[in-house]
Ligand binder design. Structure first.
Ligand code: VGL
Ligand code: ZN
Length: 205
């Protein structure tokens, strides 16, 4: 069976010293680098959150504090406003220096529309297709293995869209960490993924 590895948002801003830090993020690097060396994957895809400076998901553009709920029209946005993060071309948007990026076959840059957020690597929050499903289907991929940041945001939505697109989806817990902006977000995300038939595994093997 053809399998793809999808590495979600392994970018400086989501690591401990970044603008939108995910606790324990750097712990996922060794298991991810091990996976990146394996021959098991027909393709390896990496997503990058890639926002213009004036992105509507940034609290700073609404005169609000980061992590406050967004009360306006949610069309295309998520429910929370974030600190400025992953601004196109900045160091915060770069892949973490300890990740072996050499084996990435495709990079999907998401969140580029200033008015629309994009949590999933498959589509923007307004539904705009980012081309990933067609790419994977063109390679006859049946199963995707998911790793990366953040477990309760972009990994979560990528997993659910992977299921909707008809793939078997496996999430590797030792290679993914969450933000937990609200208490229990990670726990709830894992429960929901399991409900939707995502196979949640502690480690790859
Ligand atoms: C993410 C919040 C905002 C993520 C991206 O990669 O999980 N989270 N933008
Ligand atoms: Zn973002």
């Amino acid at each position: 069976m053809s399998v793809a590895l999808i590495c979600v948002d392994l970018q400086n801003d989501f690591y401990e010293d970044g603008a939108l830090p995910v606790p324990g993020a750097s712990k996922i690097n060794p298991p991810i680098n091990k996976l990146l060396k394996k021959d098991d994957f027909k393709t390896i895809v990496a997503s990058q959150d890639w926002h213009p400076k004036k992105h509507a998901s940034f609290a700073s553009n609404h005169n609000k504090e980061p992590f406050t709920p967004y009360k306006g029209d949610l069309e295309g946005l998520g429910e929370l406003l974030w600190p400025d993060h992953c601004i196109q071309g900045t160091e915060g948007a770069d892949f973490h220096q300890d990740i072996d990026t050499d084996n990435f076959d495709l990079i999907i840059r998401k969140g580029q529309d200033p008015e629309v957020d994009s949590y999933s690597a498959f589509r923007d929050n307004d539904g705009t297709d980012l081309g990933l499903a067609a790419y994977l289907k063109g390679l006859d991929i049946k199963k995707i293995v998911l790793v990366g940041l953040a477990l309760d945001v972009c990994v979560f939505y990528t997993a659910l869209d992977g299921i909707k697109a008809g793939f078997n989806v496996e999430l590797i817990l030792e290679a993914s960490k969450g933000v937990n902006a609200e208490e229990n977000d990670v726990e709830n995300a894992i429960a929901k993924m399991k409900e939707e038939a995502v196979k949640v595994k502690e480690r790859y093997i």
